[in-house]
Structure formats: structure tokens, C-alpha cells
Design a protein around this ligand. Structure first.
Ligand code: AMP
Ligand code: MG
Length: 382
């Protein structure tokens, strides 16, 4: 799937956004250091700039240099310059001794031995001028904003966000603001997907609910295919009224796969029609959420210009024994607290309240049946 999208994608157009709004956007041009980092040798401690020496000494304090200042001249013999964190090293000084390690009487200090280079951050030791600090295709987090600011970027080149059409199908669905009759349910999937799309860097557009007829579903797909990516929910199982696949086929869709060996989420459909990739996500709420994160998210991030779309798996230690029926890889709601993994009791892939108690999914190995408390399992934080 990643292969199909990577091969077919054209990188999105570039736009410029003001620095703080660059958060969570994808960088569209390598950020290079505009000067050496740091730009000169500087002290990383409050203390005294001295020459290197193997033995303790007594030195005269010949001056001071503070952060934002410069010591003009050269360190005189048998002398030290009082220096603050971040201040440039005076010429001739080879080390910094920490103020805490010095005894001072008026203008005279007793200093311990000082190794050459100690407590000095050397010019260019973090990055050289012109070196790439953040690569094209990286999503920007608050740390990247600090780096962009330090390198003098006020307007940041980022990729345009992909537009993602969301099409929920099902005659049982009503809009969230409506009061459902007992045989109806609210269209929660469309909103959950919109939230997932936002987090993955897309701009969601929720379409009208599609009735379970070929004509109505095909008509809404027509609109959805105008977006950069189309997400459908429901209507991809084997039921008599599951019309999503024939409706897509009516638009000349090419299907890459229509089944995956995971639970929830087996009847997952991935394909392309009129140049637009689409996912037919199974309608059960947990299936929809899981299949989006495990498959559609990577496709969306690639379409948004990201270069690395690996899932951020962690491992956590089971707080209690666990067992399942082997055969399918399962993604089950769980709670991770202080590194300990607690499975969340769930009545199955339609159990939304269980999801409200979860902050992670645990990935349960298809080839294994039993785990003891203290065993480790892969988890993904939500
Ligand atoms: P389907 O995949 O169309 O067979 O749907 C499976 C089940 O998922 C349905 O019976 C509904 O209970 C539920 N479902 C389908 N679509 C939605 C939706 N948009 N929001 C919430 N639940 C849904
Ligand atoms: Mg349905």
C-alpha cells in the first residue's frame, strides 16, 4: 500500500506559513543552518575562563564577560576571566571552571585543575553552516519550531494539506445532531475519521450520508473522488446491501486489495479510481478507527509529502495475563499507565464506550495464544 502511494504520488504544492503555524505541517524544503551552531566557542557554565592546567592554582580575576557581551583582548598570564553561561570564550582561554569549584578572596581565586576544553561548547560542534538541520518531508513539532526560529526562518515552506473526503454509508445512520429512532445510530464514524484526518495532517470534508443503494452511493463517490483521498465507512462486508465495492467499480476503480488479516477490520478495501486513492473502511466503529490508523493514515501522510510514515510502536509490560484465539492479528483497546499495559474489556468492534476507556491499542500476535503478566506486547498510544 505504501508502495502504491509512494510510486504514484506527486508531491503537493508548497505554501509558506508563519512560524508558529508551522506546527504539525510537513517541511517542503531542507532547512539548512544559516551559520555555525554555536556561532563561536562559548561557555556552558557560570564560572571562570582559564588556561588548561594539571594542578590547582591561584589566579587573579582580570575581568568579566557576560552572555550577550564580548571580552576584548586576550586572557593575561596567571589570570582568569569571570564568565557566564552562554558568554563567548575570551581569546587565550582553554577551559572553564565552575563557580561552585572555586574559592574566591576579593580578586584572587583558588581553582582546581582544568582539562583543555572543559565546559566549552565549540563553534560549529552542533551543526556547521549550510548543514541540513531538518529534512524535507519531516513533520514539524514544537522542537522543530525552535530550530526554525534559531535559524532565522519566519515564513516556513510546507506542503499543502491533502483534502480528504469522508463518506459514511448506511441506511441506519442519522446526522449527529438528529435524535435517532431505536433502530438508527448517529454517524459517529465520519467525525472520528475527520479527527484522525486532522491529526494526520489532512483537511477533512464530511459528505452527506450515503443510502445503501448503488445509485446514491455512486453519486456521492463521484464527489468524493474530487478530493485528494476518499475514505468510505461501512458497506464493504458481504451483506446484501453492502454496495460500496460495486459503486466504486462503476467509477472504474482498480482494487489493490479488499481483505486484510486483522481484527477488527478484515473487509478493508484499498484502491484507486480516476487517479484518487480510496479506502473502504469497515463500518464497525473500532474497525473504522483501527483500519484508518493502520493503513489509511500512512497513505494520507505520504500524500501530504511526508517521507517517513512508520507507525510509532512501543512495547509495554502486561499488568495481567492475556489470552486470545490465534489466527488474526488483533488490535484491542488498552490502557497504558506508567509503562504497564491493562487490556480494556470490550464487547467487540462495535463497543464505543470501551474506546472511551482506552488510551492505546495493543497488537496481539496472530501466532500466539497466551501471555503471562510481565510479558511485553507492542502498543500504539492513541
Ligand atoms: P457495515 O460495515 O456497513 O456492515 O456496518 C457495520 C456496523 O457498523 C453497522 O451495523 C453499524 O452499527 C456500524 N456503523 C456503520 N457505519 C457507521 C457510522 N458511520 N457511524 C457509526 N457506526 C457505524
Ligand atoms: Mg452498512
Amino acid at each position: 500500500m505504501v508502495h502504491e502511494v509512494s510510486n504514484a504520488r506527486q508531491l503537493p504544492p508548497v505554501e509558506f506559513v508563519a512560524l508558529p503555524s508551522a506546527l504539525n505541517r510537513v517541511l517542503a524544503e531542507d532547512l539548512r543552518a544559516d551559520r555555525d551552531f554555536p556561532a563561536l566557542d562559548r561557555s556552558v557554565r557560570d564560572g571562570f575562563a582559564v588556561t588548561a592546567a594539571e594542578h590547582p592554582r591561584t589566579l587573579r580575576v582580570a575581568g568579566e564577560v557576560r552572555a550577550g557581551g564580548v571580552y576584548e583582548g586576550v586572557l593575561p598570564p596567571d589570570a582568569a576571566i569571570e564568565i557566564m553561561t552562554g558568554a563567548p570564550m575570551p581569546h587565550g582561554a582553554e577551559a572553564v571552571v565552575m563557580v561552585e569549584h572555586v574559592t574566591r578572596r576579593d580578586n584572587v581565586i583558588d581553582v582546581p585543575a582544568a582539562a583543555a576544553g572543559q565546559f566549552i561548547s565549540r563553534r560549529g560542534e552542533e551543526a556547521r553552516q549550510g548543514q541540513v538541520l531538518i529534512q524535507t518531508g519531516q513533520p514539524l513539532y514544537f522542537g522543530s519550531v525552535a530550530v526554525l526560529a534559531a535559524a532565522g526562518r519566519t515564513m516556513v515552506p510546507v506542503y499543502r494539506q491533502p483534502r480528504v473526503a469522508i463518506l459514511a454509508t448506511g441506511d441506519e445512520l442519522v446526522p449527529v445532531e438528529a435524535t435517532p429512532l431505536p433502530h438508527q445510530i448517529r454517524n459517529s464514524n465520519a467525525h472520528a475519521l475527520a479527527a484522525q484526518v486532522l491529526r494526520a495532517g489532512g483537511v477533512p470534508e464530511i459528505l452527506d450520508i450515503a443510502h445503501d443503494t448503488l445509485e446514491h452511493t455512486a453519486a456521492l463517490i463521484e464527489r468524493g473522488l474530487q478530493a485528494d483521498l476518499l475514505l468510505l465507512s461501512g458497506g464493504v462486508s458481504a451483506g446484501k446491501y453492502d454496495v460500496v465495492e460495486p459503486a466504486l467499480a462503476a467509477h472504474g476503480a482498480h482494487f489493490f486489495f479488499d481483505r486484510v488479516a486483522i481484527q477488527p477490520g478484515q473487509p478493508l478495501v484499498f484502491g484507486r479510481a480516476r487517479g484518487t486513492f480510496f479506502f473502504g473502511l469497515p463500518g464497525n466503529p473500532n474497525s473504522t478507527l483501527v483500519t484508518f490508523e493502520m493503513f489509511a493514515r500512512a497513505a494520507l501522510e505520504l500524500l501530504g509529502g511526508r517521507s517517513d510514515v512508520a507507525l510509532p510502536w512501543l512495547t509495554a509490560e502486561l499488568a495481567e495475563p492475556f489470552q486470545h484465539k490465534p489466527g488474526l492479528t488483533r488490535f484491542l483497546p488498552a490502557r497504558v499507565t506508567e509503562g504497564r499495559l491493562h487490556p480494556v474489556r470490550s464487547k467487540g468492534s462495535g463497543d464505543l464506550p470501551a474506546l472511551a476507556r482506552a488510551n492505546a491499542w495493543m497488537m496481539v500476535d496472530a501466532a500466539r495464544a497466551q501471555w503471562a503478566a510481565g510479558d511485553h506486547m507492542p502498543v500504539i498510544l492513541l
